[in-house]
Design a protein around this ligand. Structure first.
Ligand code: GLN
Length: 365
């Protein structure tokens, strides 16, 4: 047995057994409450820079497969879990959990008291930590996670345009670290999709002649992307737009709202969200640490559409005059419920009813 430790910046130390890559790793320590979907969580680029602790006590029992990666690689910096199943059983399983960690050079700890760890994170609200081989490792060495000059998004966004499908309404997916399930949802609705790097200038996106824009999810603090706000604002004024998670936060910021770091975020597959327009409550998949401050949203322009039933935080806004909608939760699920996939259909309906006609200049605010 190879003992390893998670040293928190608060000084607390959690002991476990080392798994995966032997490299030591630091990151913000976060937890996800989903009972399934460890493969989708680990490969969701929004977790870049974070050490993910799974609340569900048994991980690895159905292995990892070739279909369910949300991006090409594991995105988390490290994993923490309680019991690891070493002999997965599932007809699609191609790798065991630990083999995948080793193959992708990601470290982890098993047999950790994850309940105590979650209690510590909830107490401290936001906490960084480091996976180390020796307990004596000082927590003073914890490095700052995000380089102030290079947003985490820069590490996960595509570097070149990528096009999928030849026909259908043309959606430009601005990639801040998109999950494959978002692309799949668009392709499923028969869209032509061009994925573009997060910092693509407005004129280059215009040249693609999009019928709609989707601003993706992504890692880190949305305020690291202030240089993109004017482009985002211009895009939303020209084309029907859907923002998901980070994309939602960026739309709100581009229109002058504010974001704050939440106490310990929402990461799980059963977050109830109320649609204030229909009165309906749905279960949603979530993974975010920041949130848009409701009071900072200009309600002469935006309707507050979704609110979290548990903590009443803002979960989505809808522009009153333009076809702009944005949601803090993940309508694509994966992992988690698919109750809100109708958001994609609403978006496509808006794209189609705009008929590819550019809205530029057609609305005076
Ligand atoms: N899934 C996401 O897009 C996360 C958005 C942002 N990085 C946050 O943590 O709030």
């Amino acid at each position: 047995m190879n003992t390893g430790y998670l040293v928190l910046e608060t000084g607390e130390i959690f002991e476990g057994e080392w798994i995966g890559s032997t490299k030591e790793m630091y990151g913000e320590v976060v937890f996800n409450t989903s009972m399934t979907g460890y493969q989708e969580m680990m490969t969701d680029p929004s977790y870049a820079g974070q050490i993910l602790s799974f609340c569900y006590p048994l991980i690895g029992n159905y292995g990892l497969n070739e279909q369910d990666h949300e991006s090409k690689h594991i995105a988390v910096s490290g994993v923490i879990l309680n019991e690891l199943c070493e002999e997965p059983s599932h007809f699609q399983s191609s790798h065991s959990f630990e083999d995948q960690l080793k193959e992708e050079n990601i470290p982890g700890l098993k047999n950790v008291d994850t309940r105590a760890l979650v209690a510590a994170i909830r107490k401290h609200q936001t906490v960084k930590g480091k996976l180390v081989h020796s307990k004596e490792e000082s927590h003073d060495h914890l490095k700052v996670l995000e380089d102030p000059h290079i947003p985490l998004v820069d590490h996960v966004s595509v570097k070149e345009f990528q096009t999928f499908q030849k026909h259908g309404p043309h959606v430009v997916l601005v990639d801040y670290g998109y999950k494959k399930s978002i692309l799949d949802a668009l392709l499923d609705k028969q869209c032509r999709v061009t994925i573009v790097p997060y910092n693509t200038p407005l004129d280059k996106i215009d040249e693609l002649e999009p019928d709609g824009i989707l601003l993706s999810n992504g890692p880190g603090d949305p305020m690291k992307l202030t240089s993109s706000f004017s482009t985002i604002r211009a895009l939303t004024e020209k084309y029907p737009t859907l923002g998901i998670c980070l994309g939602h936060q960026l739309i709100a910021l581009a229109y002058g709202a504010k974001t704050v770091k939440m106490p310990f975020g929402h990461r799980g597959g059963n977050h109830p969200v109320k649609d204030l327009l229909s009165g309906k409550v749905t279960m949603t998949s979530q993974n975010h640490g920041y949130v848009v401050v409701e009071e900072s949203v200009d309600e002469s322009i935006f309707q507050i559409q979704f609110r979290n039933v548990n903590d009443k935080s803002l979960e989505g806004i809808k522009h009153k005059y333009l076809p702009i909608q944005s949601v803090q939760f993940h309508p694509e699920g994966h992992p988690g419920p698919s109750d809100t996939t109708y958001i994609f259909q609403q978006f496509i309906d808006q794209v189609v009813s705009a008929g590819g006609e550019k809205l530029c200049g057609s609305v005076t605010l």
